[in-house]
Unconditional design. Sequence first.
Length: 475
Amino acid sequence: MYDIAIIGAGVTGAAIARELSKYDFRIIVLDRENDISCGTSKANSAIIHAGYDAEENTLMAKLNVEGNAMFDRLCEELDVPFRRNGSLVVAFDDEQLVHIKKLMQRGINNGVPALSILSQEELLKREPALNPEAKGALLAESAGIIDPMLLTISMMESAVKNGVHYRLNFDIESIKNKGGVYILESGGDEIEAKYVINAAGVFADKVHNMAAKPSFKIKPRRGQYFLLDKIDGNIVNSVVFPCPTKMGKGTLVTPTVHTNLLIGPSSDDLDDPEDLSTTDELLEKARIGAKLLVPKLTTRNSIRTFAGMRAEPDAGDFIIREAEGAPGFFDAAGIKSPGLTAAPAVALYMVEIMKKSGIAFTAKKNFNPLVKRKLFIDMSESAQSALIRGNPLYGRIICRCENITEGDIVDSIRRSPGATTVDGVKRRCRAGMGRCQGGFCGPRVQEIISRELNKPLEEVVLEKKHSYILTGKTK
Ligand SMILES: Cc1cc2nc3c(=O)[nH]c(=O)nc-3n(C[C@H](O)[C@H](O)[C@H](O)COP(=O)(O)OP(=O)(O)OC[C@H]3O[C@@H](n4cnc5c(N)ncnc54)[C@H](O)[C@@H]3O)c2cc1C
C-alpha cells in the first residue's frame, strides 16, 4: 500500500510528486496515458506569466506570483531551458491605455515585481516589428518562456530519482474508501493508498466525483496555435499580448525557448475535453489577431498547428483543498492558465494543506534536487569529441533539423520515466520538433525505440495508445 497516490502526470501532478518526494512517504503517480505530460501540459503557450492577469486575492494570483519567482532555481536544478524575456500587453487606443494601467495596478497589488508602462517610442524601440499604431504597452520584466513538456518530464524524473513510483496506462475508473484506505481501480487492477491527490486536469471533476460528492465542474476550452519555423523566431523578442477580453488573454505572439515563433491561442468552448483538432476558422482568427500586433507576420513558415485544452473551473479560481466528506482526498483542480507558472507553488500549497489536515511530514535527509540532461548539440566541441569516443551513437545525427544524435535518442528512452513513443522521444530531446516535423527522422526514431525496447516495429506508436504508424509488413 502507498501513503500517497497522485492522479495525473501533468505539470501539477509532477510538481506535487517532486515536492512530496522531499519527505518520507511511499508515493505513486498514476496516469491514464502512456507517457508523462500528455494532457494540457503538453500544449499551451509555454509562458511563465508575471501575475498581473489574475484577479486580486485569488489563489490563482497568489500562486502565479509565487510560482514565477521559483523558476530560476527550479530550471537550474532540472536543466530545463527557461528565459525571462518579459511580456508586453499592447494598447492601441486611449481605452486600452487605461486598461493596461489597471492591469499594472492589479499586478502591483498581486505583488508582481518590475512592471512599467512603455511609451510608443520605448515600445517600438524594444519591438521594432510591432504595429506602429500601438500607443504603448505594459511591460512585465519577470515574465518568461519555457519548454513545458521538458519541465513536466524533468520534475517527474526528479521525483522518481527520489523514490516516487509511477504507473502509466492506468485510467482510474472508480475510487472506493475501505476502512480509511482509498482503492483506485483501473480495468480490474487496483492500487491502495492512504491519501489521494487529484491532479487530473480537464477530468478533475470526474475524478473528484468518484470519491466525494460533486462540488465543482470543469469546462473544456480549447486553444489553437500555429508554430512557425525558426527563421521567424526573432520577429519579436518578448511575449506580446493584445489587451485581454473576458474570453482570455487574446492571440499572442511569442518566441519559444527553442527559437521558433508561436501564434495563438484561440478560445473555443467545447463539450468534448479530448477534441484537440484544429479548425481553419479559428486558426484564421488567430492569424488575423497576430497580424494586428505584428503586421509583417505571415503563417507561410508554419511548421505545425496544434491545440490544447483549458480546464475552466465553474467558480473561476483554482480549487486546491481537501474534499468535503472525503478525508485524505485532496483536489488540485481547475488548474487553468497560469497553471504552468503556478505549478511549483501549487505543490508547496498542497504540502501546507496536507500538513494542516494532520498528516505528519518527515523530511528526507538525502533528497537530491538535480536532474542533468544535455543534448549533444548544446555541448562544447571537446565535450562532443569525448562523448563520441566513448559512445559512437553520439556521432550519428538522426534528426537533421534539430541536430539530435542517436545517442540523445537512446538516452531519452533509457531515462526514467523514459520515452516509449515517437512523440515521447520528441518531447525529451526534440528529435522531430524541427522544420520537417519528423518527416525524415520519424522512421529512424521508430527503429531505435523498437531496438531499445525490444518491441516489434509495428507496435511502436506515434503518441497515444493506438496511434499506430505501421499496419504490418508488405514483404
Ligand atoms: C491553450 C492554453 C494555453 C495555456 N498557456 C499557459 C501559459 O502560457 N502559462 C501558464 O502558466 N499556463 C498556461 N496554460 C495552463 C496550463 O497549461 C495548465 O494549467 C497546466 O498544464 C495544467 O496541468 P495539469 O497537470 O493540472 O493538467 P494536465 O496536464 O492535463 O494533466 C492531467 C493528467 O491527468 C491524467 N488523468 C486524467 N484523468 C485521469 C484518470 N481518470 N486516471 C488517470 N489519469 C488521469 C491525464 O491523462 C493528464 O496527464 C494554458 C493552457 C491552455 C489550454
